[in-house]
Design a protein around this ligand. Structure first.
Ligand code: SF4
Length: 209
């Protein structure tokens, strides 16, 4: 059984997949407590139901979409995550996993497919990324808040995986001062030859879940 907080259909509101229709699976539990977290109910220990992977995939099938985003909380806390991902890939879904980057599950690494994408959004204060997760990351997304500095984004760990069009800068709560900070960081990255995208939380702009 798997602990699920919510399943819903919407359009992707964050990162490079923004605007595309997507089914969201929010798994229960998080190992972090970010000060600006907008989903504290994902780890309050009471807002979930338990469901089998098979039944969960059946519910997703009802949406009639081809893309599924598994988020949290922190999805890598769920030991059955590889079973869920495998079941979705077998049904030919494109699967996106959104992680804070601190945890890893080797069984995910064994899945060789172009249909699995991992967005890592490292969190302050440490911005830690699990070393084994690093090579599997397909997008690095940073909330631009009062804490973040260029070296949290570009450092000896991330420079091994960063490519052009790989980093997303997301101004915290779409605040004007954070948009300005994001523009400065984007400029700094550009000076180092790295293009990045500034993308707000579009689902909030649109009033979607
Ligand atoms: S990692 Fe994500 S879900 Fe966990 S506390 Fe931080 S923002 Fe919230």
């Amino acid at each position: 059984m798997i602990k699920v907080v919510e399943i819903f259909r919407t359009v992707e509101g964050e990162g490079k997949w923004v605007g595309l229709p997507v089914a969201f699976i929010r798994l229960e539990g998080c190992n972090l407590r970010c000060e600006w977290c907008d989903t504290p109910y994902s780890y309050d220990g009471k807002s979930f139901r338990e469901i089998s992977v098979e039944a969960l995939v059946d519910e997703i099938e009802n949406f009639g979409l081809k893309r599924v985003c598994i988020t949290g909380g922190e999805p890598f806390l769920t030991s059955q995550l590889p079973n869920l991902v495998e079941s979705l890939l077998e049904k030919e879904y494109t699967v996106l996993i959104e992680t804070n980057g601190t945890l890893w599950n080797e069984n995910i690494g064994n899945m060789k497919t172009d249909n699995l994408h991992i967005t890592c959004s490292p969190k302050p204060p440490s911005y830690f990324i699990h070393p084994q997760l690093l090579p599997y990351i397909t997008e690095l997304k940073f909330v631009v808040d009062k804490h973040i500095k260029l070296e949290n984004i570009l450092n000896e760990k991330t420079e091994k995986i960063i490519k052009n069009d790989f980093i997303v800068l997301q101004p915290e709560s779409n605040k004007k001062e954070m948009v300005e900070k994001a523009l400065k960081i984007q400029e700094e990255l550009l000076k180092k030859g790295i293009e990045s995208r500034i993308i707000p939380q579009c689902h909030k702009v649109l009033g979607l879940p």
